[in-house]
Design a protein. Structure first.
Length: 340
């Protein structure tokens, strides 16, 4: 997998010069079409632009049909290229559509959010949500290239930048204790995102190359995501309480750090450090007592599960994570109550 961190004019021009395609289709949402597409439009040869509505709620089969129809109308063949210009939703869904159109055509990711630059675009996990369950339908397919330009972050609102930071926190907690100590001693506004993007990409590439289809080690990347995804899914249908992905994962990391603590896998000081830093950056999500059981029930569809076992990835100290840990509903309830 080729991940290039460089100005997009330089990296995209080099990629197109080295690869010949019959047709090119760009997939964007209304935001990236407005703020990011003009940056690459002049670099591209003749191409087609497909716009999809932004947001996790648009990551479904209906949007895929729009994309596949555009590919068909534009007569893309198996020597064509799809360019996914956007955040995790566009990257996941555009890559999924490219991987299934005519049994698969080339695609590249140009991630424009911090979340997609440090996590979603790297590793070849593609898919869509189905009947409210996150990433329920999908495939593993490594893109031909991931072209990362930190300048795109200037187009982001504060909330989106902060959302992506949750995955940076996760990478530090599961793989790099020194980096965790470094970031937790700085305010969010003081973080060096150029450095942190390169660090997270290197961490994730290392794991993905060792375990591309998540049979073992790659599961550590799910720390914070079992309860985090359930929280995100639960609030997805409520516009007033809607949480961005990183906001939900931040809550999930506190809950799952608490479970790690209760199992004597981390000490109380470590839990306190994690909790203090995450609350300082994200505040506390409004989870009510009545929300706890519905959130727990959503974990039954988690992709790491085996049979009736809800399996978690939990911390074993800072910088180390273990996976396939069966966690009871009682433990999950106590963790959510602790978070509240």
């Amino acid at each position: 997998m080729s991940v290039i961190i460089a100005p997009i004019a330089e990296s995209l021009s080099a990629y197109l010069s080295a690869n010949q395609y019959t047709k090119i289709q760009v997939i964007a949402d209304e935001k990236t079409a407005r703020y990011c597409y003009p940056t690459i439009k002049s670099i591209l040869p003749k191409h087609n632009l497909v716009k999809i509505k932004s947001g996790e709620s648009e990551k479904h089969l209906g949007s895929c049909q729009v994309i596949w129809q555009a590919m068909t109308n534009h007569e893309l063949d198996r020597h064509s290229l799809v360019i996914n210009l956007g955040g995790g939703v566009i990257g996941d869904m555009g890559g999924f559509c490219a991987s299934t159109y005519k049994r698969g055509i080339d695609f590249i990711q140009i991630p424009t959010t911090l979340l997609s630059q440090v996590d979603a675009s790297v590793g070849g996990k593609l898919g869509i949500d189905f009947q409210g369950f996150k990433n329920h339908i999908g495939v593993f397919k490594i893109p031909e290239a991931v072209l990362i330009d930190a300048d795109f972050l200037k187009t982001l609102p504060f909330s989106e930048l902060r959302s992506g930071f949750a995955e940076i926190i996760k990478h530090c907690l599961i793989m790099d204790a020194d980096k965790w100590e470094n970031i937790r001693k700085k305010d969010f506004e003081e973080q060096d995102f150029q450095d942190l993007i390169a660090h997270s990409v290197a961490m994730k590439q290392q794991v993905v190359e060792a375990d591309p289809t998540e049979k073992g080690l790659r599961k550590i990347l799910n720390f914070g995501h079992t309860l985090g995804h359930a929280i995100e899914t639960y609030f997805l249908g409520n516009p007033k309480l809607h949480l961005l992905h990183g906001e939900a994962i931040a809550a999930g990391m506190i809950c799952e750090a608490y479970i790690s603590y209760k199992r004597d896998m981390i000490d109380l000081q470590t839990l306190a450090n994690i909790e203090e830093f995450i609350f300082a950056v994200y505040g506390k999500a409004s989870i009510q007592e009545a929300d706890i059981e519905p959130i727990i029930s959503l974990t039954a569809q988690d992709k790491k599960n085996k049979g009736k076992e809800i399996r978690f990835s939990l911390l074993e100290g800072v910088g180390k994570c273990t996976y396939d840990i069966a966690v009871s509903k009682s433990e999950m309830k106590k963790a959510l109550e602790y978070y509240r």
